[in-house]
Design a protein around this ligand. Structure first.
Ligand SMILES: O=C/C=C/C(C(=O)O)=C(/O)C(=O)O
Ligand SMILES: [Fe+2]
Length: 286
């Protein structure tokens, strides 16, 4: 069993780093920590970065989880290799590019590239953005899955992943006390379906709604409230069609974990928003 602590970063290819930088800093409210001709690192909390853009194909999208115990990296690689999962160890140069001491990569059954990182770098300075969006940190991703039942089995059998809730066949998965760090949404493609940043309160969601409308950013879902995590949310479109979400999903599952029962929600609009907001996101439609 591979034990991970939390989701750590997303890495996205883009053909236009300048546009990505403007959007990430001026619109989302992330802080630029480093920029070169082919890299952009953005931070949202105490870590060196939680989102990186590289000059390349926007279809290349990666998420990373931090291992609970850095010394299990070799064993994790061995476990996945023995299970015939496409995987490999990262080189020293690739680890330096990710600001981690070491890492490995693998492909989930849909073909999503996932990285497992050991000893990722903290920042010596706190997160200090130029736009105050109320961001508390990187929350979770929605990941596209061509078969959520198959991919759920992959995550449950290889990792310390637990189901918090389902919407139809799609699981919202946690690896720690927070409601979810990854949700698998049925799609015809691989890739990241949305990237979530947690914000402090509902006022941040509504302030963002006015701000994004003023900036003519396409809102694709919300403002609303998820019955699953209980969070208020707002989804909006970013560079290369990536969907970003703000939410204040503060539901935690602690104490006697065996007593928590994952809840099954039907594939119905009320399972996505309890207020009645309708998504303009393919994977959130019935
Ligand atoms: O509408 C489905 C999404 C639910 C939630 C939630 O419960 O917070 C998410 O944010 C998500 O899965 O991405
Ligand atoms: Fe989300």
């Amino acid at each position: 069993m591979i034990e991970v602590r939390d989701i750590h970063y997303a890495r996205l290819g883009t053909r236009d780093l300048d546009a990505a930088e403007r959007y990430a800093t001026d619109i989302i409210g992330l802080q630029k920590v480093e920029r070169s001709s082919d890299r952009l690192y953005l931070k949202s909390d105490s870590r060196h970065h939680t989102l990186a853009y590289f000059l390349g194909d926007p279809a290349e999208q990666v998420i990373a989880f931090e291992l609970k115990d850095w010394s299990t990296l070799g064993a994790a690689h061995e476990q996945l290799r023995a299970a015939d999962v496409p995987c490999g160890m990262g080189s020293e140069a690739e680890a330096a590019d990710r600001h981690v001491e070491a890492f490995m990569w693998f492909l989930d059954p849909t073909g999503n590239r996932i990285e497992l990182v050991a000893r990722p770098h903290e920042a010596g300075r706190r997160y200090f953005p130029t736009r105050d969006a109320g961001i508390l940190g990187f929350g979770h991703v929605g990941l596209c899955s061509t078969d959520p039942v198959r991919d759920q089995a992959f995550w449950l059998s290889n990792f310390n992943t637990l189901v918090s809730d389902w919407i139809g066949p799609c699981p919202l998965l946690r690896v720690n006390a927070r409601h979810h760090q990854m949700a698998l949404f049925a799609a015809k493609r691989k890739g990241i379906q949305h990237i979530n940043h947690q914000v402090a309160e509902i006022d941040d969601i509504m302030r963002a709604w006015y701000f994004l409308n003023e900036k003519k950013i396409r809102i694709v879902f919300g403002p609303g409230r998820h019955p699953t995590s209980g969070g208020n949310f707002l989804y909006f479109e970013g560079p290369d069609g990536m969907i970003f979400e703000y939410s204040n999903s503060d539901r935690t599952i602690i104490g006697d974990l065996s007593a928590y029962k994952p809840r099954q929600f039907p594939l119905h609009p009320t399972s996505f928003c309890m207020w009645g907001s309708k998504p303009d996101i393919a994977e959130f439609k019935e």
